[in-house]
Design a protein around this ligand. Structure first.
Ligand code: 6PG
Length: 251
């Protein structure tokens, strides 16, 4: 695991989400001040929905601080379903956040997962290259982690996890019996900031392996997300952190 990783343990999902909202607004302000825009890749799954709801709440400071008109929203991965499907990460983000904040529609860069998987991946990569040019530096990438140590849609044993050149890959995930489209390790490593959001006792085993100084977790996909130049922050709740031995900062 990257020695430069910071781990913060929060009491529960609500406080973890509030901490994450602070990280998002801080990264957004720094990016806009430095480069005039903020490029964020959203995580899928269920954990981030509480964060998205906080960011979408106009009564909260996070909403007011966000430079929505300068924000470009991307996705870390997508299931191979249409955008209105219950399993769609885009649908979750749209319902919890994007339908409630004034990000210009042309600045929401959806993975068109209704296409054939390889075509969806190729098209998303073209979109990323149009936006970033040859230096794909997201200002912030939000990531979750599964109980098996996967992150984004980089699952153990998949071709996407072993991709070394392309920024986006499609792969069949045997354990799910489904195709997924995902950012790959090469592009994730170029991010200015990578923030993992991990909550729940079911993640404790994988989190202990990923964060332990031993090599126990080095093969897990989440362990292999290493920033080349940016920062790596783990925001975890007490339940997920229950097996962590090393001293970490507790909020
Ligand atoms: C997805 C996510 C995936 C997710 C983890 C954790 O498409 O499902 O990209 O990597 O972050 O599976 O999911 P939960 O937050 O639902 O536990």
């Amino acid at each position: 695991m990257s020695a430069s990783a910071e781990v913060r343990v929060l009491p529960d999902l609500a406080t973890l989400s509030a901490e994450a909202a602070g990280e998002v607004t801080r990264a957004a302000g720094e990016a806009v001040a430095a480069r005039g825009a903020f490029a964020i890749a959203l995580a899928g799954g269920s954990t981030p929905s509480a964060l998205y709801a906080l960011l979408a709440d106009p009564s909260r400071e996070a909403f007011r601080r966000m430079p929505w008109s300068r924000t470009h929203v991307f996705f870390g991965d997508e299931r191979h379903v249409p955008p209105d499907h219950p399993d769609s990460n885009y649908r979750m983000a749209h319902e919890a956040l994007l339908s409630k904040v004034p990000v210009p529609p042309g600045q929401v860069h959806r993975i068109r997962a209704e296409l054939e998987p390889a075509q969806a991946a190729a098209e998303y990569e073209r979109e990323l290259r149009r936006f970033f040019g040859s230096d794909p530096a997201f200002d912030l990438v939000l990531l979750g982690m599964g109980a098996d140590g996967h992150t984004a849609s980089l699952f153990p044993g998949t071709t996407a996890l072993e991709e070394r050149e392309r920024w986006v890959a499609a792969s069949w995930v045997q354990k799910l019996g489904a195709n997924r489209i995902t950012l790959t390790l090469p592009i994730l490593g170029q991010a200015r900031a990578l923030v993992f959001l991990v909550a729940g006792a079911d993640k404790a085993g994988a989190l202990e392996r990923v964060l332990s100084p031993s090599s126990a977790g080095e093969s897990l996909p989440a362990s292999r997300v290493r920033p080349v130049r940016g920062r790596l922050l783990w925001l975890v709740d007490r339940a997920a952190a229950e097996r962590l031995r090393r001293p970490v900062s507790s909020e």
